[in-house]
Write a protein that binds this ligand. Structure first.
Ligand code: AMP
Length: 143
């Protein structure tokens, strides 16, 4: 199973904010979309970083509510790890486990074409396991 399979279902929309947007605005954006991270992109779409709820919680613990008024660029992680649509799901799960993050932008030839989260992967793995179990049950009951 490849990352492309997930994108075929969820599409290629990626919610993003600008580096000078306020953290409070990014929080509202995450709540509106029901997501745990936003990409930070410049006006022409280049990926500058990723801001997740974990970055915000960390900053709240350190600086208190004042961090809600910081520009997003101050809290975001700049070195963003990405994957390719052709990557196998096992590889992607390994990247997330080793990097301790739950979001991966998907790039093809340097162009952003989507984002997968650990939730997307779990959902697809569950569907896959259910299909395998159904096939096994049918095989056993046919025997
Ligand atoms: P997450 O588990 O995705 O909410 O993020 C945990 C931490 O990893 C936060 O500091 C994020 O900014 C960072 N992070 C999330 N996704 C990535 C990624 N694809 N590449 C690098 N850092 C990331």
């Amino acid at each position: 199973m490849t990352v492309q399979l997930i994108l075929n279902v969820k599409g290629s929309d990626v919610v993003a904010v600008l580096p000078d947007d306020r953290v409070s605005g990014a929080v509202s954006t995450m709540m509106q979309h029901g997501i745990g991270a936003v990409l930070v992109r410049d006006e022409i779409g280049a990926v500058l970083g990723i801001l997740s709820e974990r970055d915000i919680v960390r900053s709240l613990a350190r600086d208190g509510a004042a961090c809600l008024d910081y520009p997003v660029g101050r809290l975001a992680t700049r070195e963003v790890v990405s994957c390719s649509p052709d990557d196998d799901m096992g590889h992607v799960m390994g990247l997330m486990t080793r990097g301790r993050f739950r979001h991966l932008p998907v790039m093809r030839h340097g162009v952003l074409i989507g984002l997968v989260s650990i939730g997307d992967i779990v959902k697809h793995r569950l569907a896959e396991v259910e299909t395998e179990a159904r096939a096994l049950r049918e095989y056993v009951s046919a025997g």
